[in-house]
Design a binder for this molecule. Sequence first.
Ligand SMILES: [Zn+2]
Length: 154
Amino acid sequence: MKKLTIVNEIPEKFLEINYRDIKEIFDRPTLVHLKGDKEPPLFISILLHGNEFSGLQIMQEILTKYQEDGYYHLPRSIWLFVGNVEAASLGLRRQDDELDFNRAWPGTPHPDAPTSRLIAEVMEKITGNALFAALDLHNNTGTNPALRMHLCCQ
Ligand SMILES: [Zn+2]
């Protein structure tokens, strides 16, 4: 059973942490909601593949840029999903005994897998209200970071 943690803040340690140490902050897959000036929120997912750390680095850069006195002054609200923290801590794309976090979105052929149920929980939460857009950040074998758009939600 994979349990989702939902929080409304990000510890300052996030800004400098190495992906292998991510469990020091988030010991389970975590959905973070941060308020910004504009709504609806932008959804961003990182570490769906545990060893693809570009998304974490991008979010560290962005949040550092908008941080002031311990607060984040974001131009738009965000949902940040920090996905496979267990695999990240192991330096792996995924664990052997689990469904790939990026094969678990709605429409997956394995809707009953624990990973799919976790992602369904994320989807339910983020689609409760309007979304601006969804970004899923991965590494690839060429120039990183790679950006891919998930065309989910309105
Ligand atoms: Zn990936």
